[in-house]
Structure formats: structure tokens, C-alpha cells
Design a protein around this ligand. Structure first.
Ligand code: KIV
Length: 273
């Protein structure tokens, strides 16, 4: 009989995520981009660590996710992989590394898998990426889809507002979700779409749906770590629940350190040789 401890330390696979959906167990996902935080997330028991291209925003300070390169994603992913024992590590294919054609997409996915040791890749889009998804899957690489607000297309849409509010766009999103399911994706991220639509998608596909700003009728949730920990301050959409105000906490600790150095309180007798 499996104990709680065994369940916690079993390496998560795409098969286990599917089992979780089938049993109605919710999937918890967070982003990470470096060794030290990935270690904390893994020990805490998160099911999937997403090395998101949101690294472009929260790690590098870019306004959009577009500038991050494949080499930079591989650097972040390999740092995360070195820390992780249990979670499934999924890595975003960055902008400009798959849109050209399916051969380019496969080449980028193989580089990520080979050079970082990650378990799967994520790719934004619907019908237009199906050929690439097929080709990547044929190489034995698990693929996660991403529909709704797809930040790599920000220049096309011009805004980060809620997607698929109109009936036509909602129907297109459901059709794309079914297509990704039929093609063989192991899951789909649904970003910033109405909760009711996310529920409809969840009931229309066999694979797990993972929401971010998509309500509760999905199979799991994902948040950007820096947002939920309150490290990033200038981003507070309605869907975001902040669990800490780490920006202020770290700032306070750094101010205490500066004060101690300046007053010569640090180092004391015990803190030297
Ligand atoms: O890049 C990212 O962090 C993501 C999540 C927002 C789903 O794609």
C-alpha cells in the first residue's frame, strides 16, 4: 500500500498527471528559473516546475517574453533540473525558435531536452503549431500546449486583457484545445480566459488543463513564482493571489545588514576567526 511519503517522493511523469486528472486530484504548478528556488519548490511538493519564458520578465527585466533566447532558456532549465528530484520539469520554447517550421521546432525542442535534461516542453498556439507538435512528439518529447492569452503574440493583440470573451473566439479556443488533445499533448495551459469557458475546455478534452487566470474548473493551477511571492511588485492582476510580500521582506533584511555594517555591529566576536 502506498504511503503519503511515497506519494510525495514519486517522480512525477506525464502519466501521473493524467492519473491525477482522472481521479480529480488537482495539479499544482509554479515557475522556477534557478537551482536554489527549484530546490525549495521541489521539496515543498509542487507537481510540475515550469521554466517559463516569463524568465524574460522576472529574471531579465524585459517588458515582454520575446527577447529571451534558446540558450538562455537552456541555462535556466539546466539549473532547475540539477535541483529537482520529484517534479516534472517543463520548459517553454521561446519566441522565434519554432514558428519558422516544424523542423526548426523539433531542433529547438531537442536542444532543450539534450542540453538541460528537462522532461517536456511547452509551446504556445493552436492549429498553426500542430505540425510542429506532431514532429516533436515523434521524437519522444512530451509537449504541453498553451492557449488563451499567449504572451509571445502580444504584438499581434496589443493588450494583456482577458481572451476569448466573444463566442467566436471561445469556439475557436475549444476547437484548438481538442486539436492539441488529439495530436497528443499531455496538458494545456489556459491563460486568462473566462472561468466558464475554461470549464467547458476541461470537459471537452481528455488531458489535464492548467489554468492561470482561468478560474477553478480546470485540472490544475500555475502561477509565476515571483508574482505569488510578492517579489515582482508592478504586476497585480485580479487572478493573482500573493502568499508573501517578499520584496519588502528582503528589502528590510538588506537594510538591517547595511545598518549593521555601517555601525560596525557586523561582524561580531562570534562571526570571525
Ligand atoms: O512563461 C510562463 O511563466 C508561462 C506561465 C504564465 C503559464 O507560460
Amino acid at each position: 500500500m502506498s504511503t503519503h511519503k511515497e506519494f510525495n517522493y514519486r517522480k512525477i511523469t506525464t502519466y501521473i498527471l493524467q492519473e491525477m486528472k482522472n481521479k480529480g486530484e488537482k495539479i499544482a504548478i509554479l515557475t522556477a528559473y534557478d537551482y536554489s528556488t527549484a530546490k525549495i519548490l521541489d521539496e515543498a511538493g509542487v507537481d510540475v516546475i515550469l521554466v517559463g519564458d516569463s524568465a524574460a520578465n522576472v529574471m531579465a527585466g524585459y517588458e515582454t517574453t520575446l527577447p529571451i533566447t534558446l540558450n538562455e532558456m537552456i541555462y535556466h532549465a539546466s539549473s532547475v533540473v540539477r535541483a529537482v528530484k520529484r517534479a516534472l520539469v517543463v520548459v517553454d520554447l521561446p519566441f522565434g525558435t519554432y514558428q519558422g517550421n516544424s523542423k526548426e521546432a523539433l531542433h529547438s525542442a531537442i536542444r532543450i531536452m539534450k542540453e538541460s535534461g528537462a522532461n517536456a516542453i511547452k509551446i504556445e498556439g493552436g492549429k498553426e503549431i500542430v505540425e510542429s507538435v506532431e514532429r516533436i512528439l515523434s521524437a519522444g518529447i512530451p509537449v504541453m500546449g498553451h492557449l488563451g492569452l499567449t504572451p509571445q503574440s502580444i504584438n499581434k493583440f496589443g493588450t494583456y486583457t482577458v481572451r476569448a470573451k466573444e463566442e467566436k473566439e471561445a469556439a475557436k479556443l475549444i476547437a484548438n484545445a481538442k486539436l492539441l488533445d488529439e495530436t497528443g499533448c499531455f496538458g494545456i495551459v489556459l491563460e486568462k480566459i473566462p472561468a466558464k469557458l475554461a470549464g467547458q475546455v476541461t470537459n471537452s478534452v481528455s488531458i489535464p488543463t492548467i489554468g492561470i487566470g482561468a478560474g477553478g474548473e480546470v485540472d490544475g493551477q500555475v502561477l509565476v513564482l515571483h508574482d505569488m511571492l510578492g517579489i515582482s511588485q508592478d504586476f497585480s492582476p485580479r487572478f493573482l493571489r500573493r502568499y508573501l510580500n517578499l520584496f519588502e521582506e528582503i528589502k528590510g533584511a538588506v537594510q538591517d545588514y547595511i545598518k549593521d555594517v555601517r555601525s560596525e555591529d557586523f561582524p561580531n566576536e562570534q562571526e570571525q576567526y
